[in-house]
Write a protein that binds this ligand. Structure first.
Ligand SMILES: C[S@@+](CC[C@H](N)C(=O)[O-])C[C@H]1O[C@@H](n2cnc3c(N)ncnc32)[C@H](O)[C@@H]1O
Length: 204
């Protein structure tokens, strides 16, 4: 029997939100999860639209959780083989592997990306999506994250979904420029998608 959750997703189809797993993880480490429920269908589709409109190449999703954004990316026409899903929680990584065949799942810490990813990337990275709760981390840790992304995708920057209306990152201090690309009230809580790019060297 197929059931439908309050988020409008099939609860027993592989690759869907897996609310019990998500909630259990939130209970055990709320700061690491950053959210009590997975991203909504609307938010996932907004992100997928931005990614699909971008270039070719691997899409690295950091903090893939139970895979709701990954699935939306596939539904938007991005081949599973382009998806490299990074998730720190082994149980969630196992769920991603079981439910999203064809993707590359890397159970690793976002702060050790190069050592885990470089050999597994099928080409120059096209897009990086960040889902880890960066906003809760101190500036020095945010700097380290930006440096990690720069090493796997020089000059590219990343998309970050967040519940802040204003930029969740002090982007100038991090040497980044910032553009808010999307906002939706149809998420709990309402969410924005920001694009951060490294600032080029000063002109002249
Ligand atoms: C807000 S949830 C997002 C999950 C999913 N992408 C979604 O939109 O529903 C954040 C995810 O990032 C993972 N995470 C947190 N810190 C991480 C880290 N340092 N490295 C890799 N993943 C991390 C958590 O385990 C969790 O699955």
């Amino acid at each position: 029997m197929r059931t439908t959750s309050s988020l409008g997703q099939d609860a027993d189809r592989p690759g869907t939100a897996n609310l019990p797993l998500f909630f259990r993880r939130w209970l055990s480490d709320p700061l690491q999860m950053g959210s009590i429920v997975p991203s909504s269908r609307t938010l996932c589709r907004r992100i997928a639209r931005l990614v699909a409109a971008g270039g070719e190449g691997p899409v690295v999703e950091i903090g893939a959780g139970t895979g709701v954004i990954s699935r939306a990316l596939i539904e938007a026409g991005i081949a599973p083989e382009r998806l490299v899903l990074v998730e720190i929680v082994p149980e969630m990584a196992d769920h991603l592997r079981a439910s999203l065949p064809g993707t590359t799942v890397v159970c690793a810490d976002a702060f050790a990306l190069p050592q885990h990813l470089v050999a597994r990337l099928p080409g120059p990275v096209g897009t990086v999506i960040c889902g880890i709760p960066l906003v809760m981390l101190p500036l020095e840790r945010q700097r380290q994250f930006v440096a990690q992304v720069e090493r796997i995708a020089p000059g590219l920057g990343f998309l970050l979904y967040t519940y802040c209306i204003t930029s969740p990152l002090p982007y100038r201090k991090l040497g980044l420029e910032a553009v808010r690309e999307a906002w939706t009230p149809r998420n709990f809580p309402p969410a924005s998608v920001w694009r951060y790019r490294p600032l080029g060297p000063p002109a002249g």
